[in-house]
Design a protein around this ligand. Structure first.
Ligand SMILES: [Zn+2]
Ligand SMILES: [Zn+2]
Length: 836
């Protein structure tokens, strides 16, 4: 490529300091203006790499450095794949429907849901969603996340509503979607039903009360329970059939204290003989086991807790109290009447809602369920077809599937979500589905596309007023990306389904294995019979410096903008690269400091090359392998190629952290501390200017540094791009370093013998530096003679072959073999002496 005079002058003026703030802004704009990260819809040759980007919850106030960490980690891999020549499909999603947004809006505006209309509330949610999306976009832009915004979706937009509704209809037709009137998990705080995945188990302090019941034969029976407030909902007493103590109760009933209700005695092998007295009170419903026994043994139903978590009329005197207050009142009364025979503190497991940490209750309601319990095997098998990075995360998924106790309840009694595409006949209750070509539909606004109920001829229809679980939409992300809902209509778009599905990579956080990952597998298997993605990459958490989760309320929140302004986005990404896959990482400002130091060193190293380049320089006049390379050149190239090979292997197995570390070590220890130190004197020596040596060194520096910044590019996209655009691009064809090719390992550039030679040379240089220090001689002072003595005859020819590099690096006019050399180097066979 021909160079203009002007450019070379610019090279001489290459800035001394790296102004990261100006550069990062400029480069981010450059990528945007040039569509650098666009997926090429028309390229059918290149293999596609597609990533199922996690759509973050759009609540703009909670972003901390940990979020940037997990997105950057996946992004390192995506950028690597792009440089490996893949046509990269890297979309951005925003998860803005559902409870997380509702709760955010409720908190921000201090909303009482009973005093605001559905429309007003949804408007506020939409408004916050919009702000959130802009905040995220600005942050991802400044953090260098290389998504293609043309591929964006938001889980409340038309495409996503259509996709979730089509999913509902498809599952309904496949008889995998059922409406049932069943006990369901309920959050009294959020006033909505929940699925098992929305519950987390917390260990809470409680009290185990020993309460006396009376058998019909008049015998006192002690039953231990942590939930006396549910006494009014007690429908049976259970014992283990193998427990001899309670055989005599067979056929009897038992009277509950306070309520004086007769309940039957039943036997079930699951009753733990050693828990309490071995007798168990079963209520409708205290937990999943209650529900199971209630179903299997067809027990009575006694509902005592309402949707607000308060006791209802059936609780008599306790009606209207919250469950917590009722517990206190009932325990008081039981004590007064001497029904409590003992109590002891107990740590017990309580299921709480993951969004608000309120203990969940059970109520019975008509709800929509996706059948999942019958197909656990399929879901386990699907997970085995997916490659897990790191593989130790897979057992978490398997354990979750194996422990599933409930089908997936997708009905939510909330506002801001995707509506069900469903009406019911007001007369007979027949389910009327929307037609696929009307989707998305809001049944509260639209009418069904029929005049009469096909079952009873009724003409009045009621819309389903619940909305769908937010995971009902986010579980569709691979199919949202692949335009699955548009499959039958557009031939063009069908191709996308064939091309990007299953997706190449699902990056995600560990705590949503049980939700996002699992549900996505369920949906993909049900809809397509295929796995949703081939690889899954699980990130750990970004924690504060003490290993605690970051939050604004704890005051340990570190915002990404603050760190980007202070140290640069590349430096923040350097910190993010420190965690191995799947491992938590504490935020340590020192890492950002080190990151910035590395960037400055990169800048200075590049600057040394750039400012020494003269007119006519052409790195491609000859291939590097055709140059007559000196031993030091061969050595640095060999070390580089070896490192390159290691980096490539690490990146292939998603070990980005080890990859970067290997190249950073090469950069500091081999390239800067030794190669540049040896070679720089060639450029400074005005007495013995050696043009040929300079030219070769420039070629080697170009080769090594250009390929090296390519390896750094996925991690530090800004500085590498700036160096590329302002210098390397003059000799290259790609419009961006991120669109250039990841370098291939070249076996012919492995000069194994040069490593041994370089070692001898480096030992001499190191010793000469030490010796200068002890002689109080400035490192740059040119000495007259460097005396060398070796006890190994093989060294002589080697030392002669690197004679000029030794002289240059040791700043010596001559190198002479002499027995006078008495300063021992790190090599026992090698001594030196300096003569000023
Ligand atoms: Zn809740
Ligand atoms: Zn009907």
């Amino acid at each position: 490529m021909q160079k203009s005079e002007e450019n070379f002058n610019n090279f001489k003026d290459f800035p001394k300091n790296y102004d990261y703030q100006a550069v990062e802004k400029k480069i981010a704009q450059y990528w945007e203006d040039n569509d650098t990260y666009s997926f090429d819809f028309f390229d059918t040759e290149k293999e596609i790499f597609s990533a199922d980007t996690p759509p973050p919850y759009v609540s703009s106030a909670h972003l901390h450095v940990g979020h940037v960490m997990s997105y950057s980690q996946a992004e390192f891999i995506v950028r690597y794949k792009r440089m490996k020549g893949f046509n990269v499909f890297y979309p951005m999603g925003f998860d803005d429907n559902g409870l997380p947004t509702e709760r955010y809006v409720e908190k921000k505006y201090k909303i009482n849901k009973s005093k605001i209309t559905r429309e007003e509330f949804i408007d506020l949610c939409l408004k916050e969603t919009k702000i959130g999306i802009e905040t995220y976009k600005a942050l991802w832009k400044s953090a260098g996340i290389s998504v293609d915004y043309r591929l964006s979706y938001s889980t409340i937009d038309e495409r996503c509503r259509k996709t979730s509704q089509k999913s509902f209809i498809d599952l309904y037709h496949k008889k995998l979607m059922e409406r049932r009137n069943e006990p369901i998990l309920w959050c009294p705080q959020c006033r909505t039903s929940l699925a098992q995945a929305d519950i987390i188990i917390e260990e809470l302090n409680g009290i185990l009360y020993d309460i006396e019941f009376k058998s019909s034969s008049g015998q006192g029976l002690i039953i231990s329970t942590t939930r006396p407030e549910l006494l009014g909902a007690c429908v049976a007493i259970y014992a283990n059939p193998l427990d001899d103590r309670y055989r005599f109760l067979n056929g009897q009933s038992v009277k509950t204290p306070l309520y004086n209700k007769d309940v039957p005695v039943k036997y079930d092998e699951t009753v733990d003989i050693n828990y309490g007295t071995g007798l168990m009170m079963v209520c409708t419903w205290g937990d999943a086991e209650d529900v199971r026994k209630w179903k299997e043994h067809k027990l009575d139903t006694a509902i005592i807790i309402d949707k607000a978590g308060r006791l209802n009329e059936a609780a008599g005197a306790y009606s209207g109290l919250t469950a917590r207050d009722a517990k206190r009142a009932i325990v008081d009364d039981l004590k007064k009447l001497s029904f409590i025979k003992g109590e002891k503190p107990l740590l017990h497991n309580v299921g709480v809602h993951d969004r608000c940490e309120t203990p969940v209750e059970f109520i019975r309601e008509l709800q929509w369920f996706i059948k999942i319990l019958d197909n656990k095997d399929k879901f386990l098998e699907a997970a085995s077809e997916i490659k897990w990075y790191p593989d130790f995360m897979k057992p978490r998924y398997d354990e979750w599937v194996n422990n599933l106790k409930w089908d997936w309840n997708i009905s939510r009694q909330r506002f801001y979500g995707v509506p069900f595409p469903v009406w019911y006949c007001a007369n007979c209750g027949e389910v009327i589905l929307a037609k696929e070509d009307e989707l998305p539909v809001d049944p509260a606004v639209a009418h069904p596309n029929i005049i009469k109920c096909p079952k009873c001829g009724g003409e009045k229809f009621d819309p389903e007023t619940d909305v769908m679980d937010t995971w009902m939409t986010s579980s569709m992300t691979p199919l949202i990306n692949a335009l699955w809902a548009y499959d039958s209509r557009t031939a063009d778009k069908k191709k996308l389904l064939d091309r990007i599905y299953p997706m190449s990579l699902r990056p995600q956080a560990q705590e949503i294995i049980r939700t996002w990952l699992f549900y996505t597998v369920v949906k993909s298997i049900y809809h397509t019979g295929n796995i949703p993605f081939k690889n899954v990459m699980i990130s750990g958490w970004g924690l504060d410096k003490n290993g605690k989760k970051m939050s604004k309320s704890l005051g340990n929140f570190v915002g990404p903008e603050e760190i980007i302004n202070k140290y640069s986005a590349d430096a923040l990404r350097y910190w993010a690269s420190k965690a191995n896959l799947g491992q938590d990482l504490r935020f340590n400002e020192e890492d950002a400091v080190n990151g910035r130091r590395l960037l400055i060193k990169l800048w200075n190293a590049a600057r040394f090359l750039i400012t020494n380049v003269n007119e006519g320089f052409n790195p491609y006049e000859k291939d590097i392998s055709e140059l007559e390379l000196g031993e030091v050149d061969k050595w640095v190239i060999t070390e580089f190629e070896n490192t390159l090979k290691i980096c490539g292997n690490y990146m292939e197995s998603y070990e980005y952290s080890s990859s970067l570390k290997a190249m950073v070590d090469f950069f500091y220890n081999v390239y800067c501390d030794n190669y540049l130190e040896i070679i720089k004197n060639v450029f400074w020596d005005e007495e013995e200017e050696n043009f040929d040596r300079k030219d070769k060194a420039l070629n080697v520096m170009y080769f090594v540094s250009f390929n090296m910044i390519k390896i750094f590019a996925p991690f530090f996209p800004f500085i590498t791009e700036e160096l590329y655009l302002s210098f390397y691009k003059n000799f290259e064809t790609a419009g961006s370093i991120h669109l250039s090719n990841w370098p291939d390992y070249r076996k012919e550039l492995n000069f194994e013998s040069s490593i041994k030679i370089a070692k001898i040379l480096l030992n001499i240089i190191e010793a000469s530096r030490k010796l200068r220090t002890s002689l109080n001689l400035h490192q740059n002072h040119k000495i007259d003679k460097l005396l060398v003595k070796t006890l190994n005859n093989d060294y002589i020819s080697i030392l002669n072959s690197v004679n000029s590099d030794i002289k240059s690096a040791a700043r010596a006019k001559r190198m002479i073999f002499s027995d006078e050399a008495d300063f021992k180097t790190a090599d026992d066979n090698l001594f030196i002496k300096i003569e000023k």
